[in-house]
Design a protein. Sequence first.
Length: 192
Amino acid sequence: MDKDIALLHEKVDQLTAQVEILADHAEIEQRRGRELDELKADLIPIGNQLIKLTINELAEIGTEFELEDLIYLLKRVLRNTQLILTMMDRFEALMGIADEMELLGKQVFSTTIEGLDRLEREGFFAIARESWGVLEKIVAEIDPADIRSIGEDLGSPSSIALLRELNQPEVRKGMARLLQIVKLMGGNKQGN
């Protein structure tokens, strides 16, 4: 009899454990049901609002939109899927090239800035400013009518004709000024 009572206790313990498991499952299911109800309560107003917005947007389109147009568009997209994928591949490659060009542009900009800085340190811009000033003085001394007539009747002069021109005082004077400019530029470069 003690064995029967022990066996009975054992079965009651097993049943109690199974009832606890079932109670836990029932509680989990109830919690899920409540969460699902809350989700429905949250989503229904959003869905209603979405439907209202869709109806309003479609009403704006009015008679211009037809279902056949949408089907036709969908068919074209499906027929041209390979073309669309190729286009996307090319676009991705173009984006890669754009990235490379950006890097290259930054390097070119940096190199240009460094080169301009080096030219400034070497006095190139100072020489250019001085040379420009000298040229402005020379141009100020030239009669504008002479400047306009320079290009007229030049033709194609021979070397001997050019050498004869060196005998003229105006040409010698101009050449002397040109030499002075060259000397000035050479002297300033050595001075810096």
